[in-house]
Write a protein that binds this ligand. Structure first.
Ligand code: ADP
Ligand code: MG
Length: 234
């Protein structure tokens, strides 16, 4: 599916003059106003900024959950505007793992089943599913908890299941939206240090949006978003 206009420039994620304008009735809300940024492979990078600064919108455009109004998003050198909706969905499943603030686990499924579901959707064989699911639960330290449902797990454990799920399809990029937002500071540190380990050991790049001051000590770099534009700290 290579496109003539695809080029990676060595970056995992690259945006050029990205705009996302929401239409709210007759009003236009510009959530992103010309964001240009680039992230090198193998790094753990945070996008910080106040509530409403456009962080979630940016992450959704990079992860193919939303389409920008104008500008370019390139991930692993691929211009996402060149993919139709079906191609974008497949691309997202194969290439990107997502972690959300509220974990997003299915409550009737065990930890194991939540992770395995991703592999079912991807069409993995049964033995492969079992092996990969247990491997990913092991990576997040939850192999012993495989048969527990989300309600029987702490918030930190639920987020670990969500991280295992994000890793299931062996994505090259993981995107996390306020992953520590629902966690106390001790648990938040545990999760951030797990992210750090995953980036160091699993050959993935990791982009996290957050306004948690704790993240500074764990990441390789920080981008600041203010009113939909990349700006300076503070
Ligand atoms: P953050 O994640 O930094 O809190 P968001 O990307 O969620 O910021 O929002 C950026 C701006 O866009 C805010 O002004 C918000 O109200 C607006 N916004 C976000 N999503 C929508 C939407 N679906 N419809 C209309 N406006 C939206
Ligand atoms: Mg947000």
């Amino acid at each position: 599916m290579a496109e003539a206009n695809d080029k990676s420039n060595g970056f995992v994620v690259e945006t050029e003059d990205l705009w996302r304008v929401y239409k709210v009735g007759p009003r236009e809300v510009p959530a992103l106003r010309g964001v240009s940024m680039a992230i090198d492979a193998g790094l753990f990078v945070a996008v910080k900024g106040r509530s409403g600064s456009g962080k979630t919108t940016l992450l959704n455009c990079i992860g193919g959950l939303d389409r920008p109004t104008s500008g370019v998003v390139r991930v692993f050198g691929r211009d996402l505007s060149g993919l139709n909706d079906e191609q974008l969905t497949r691309w997202r499943r194969e290439q990107v793992g997502f972690v959300f603030q509220t974990f997003g686990l299915l409550p009737t499924l065990s930890a194991y089943e939540n992770v395995e579901l991703m592999l079912r959707i991807a069409g993995a064989r049964r033995d492969e599913r079992r092996e990969r699911t247990m491997h990913c639960l092991g990576l997040v330290g939850l192999a012993q908890w495989a048969n527990h449902r989300p309600y029987a797990l702490s918030g930190g454990q639920q987020q670990r299941v969500a991280i295992a799920r994000a890793l299931a399809n062996n994505p090259r990029l993981i995107l996390a939206d306020e992953p520590t937002g629902e966690l106390d500071s001790t648990t938040a540190r545990d999760i951030l240090s797990l992210f750090r380990t995953i980036v160091n050991e699993q050959h993935v790049s990791f982009l996290m949006v957050s306004h948690d001051p704790l993240v500074d000590g764990y990441v390789d770099g920080i981008l600041y978003l203010k009113d939909g534009q990349i700006g300076e700290a503070g």
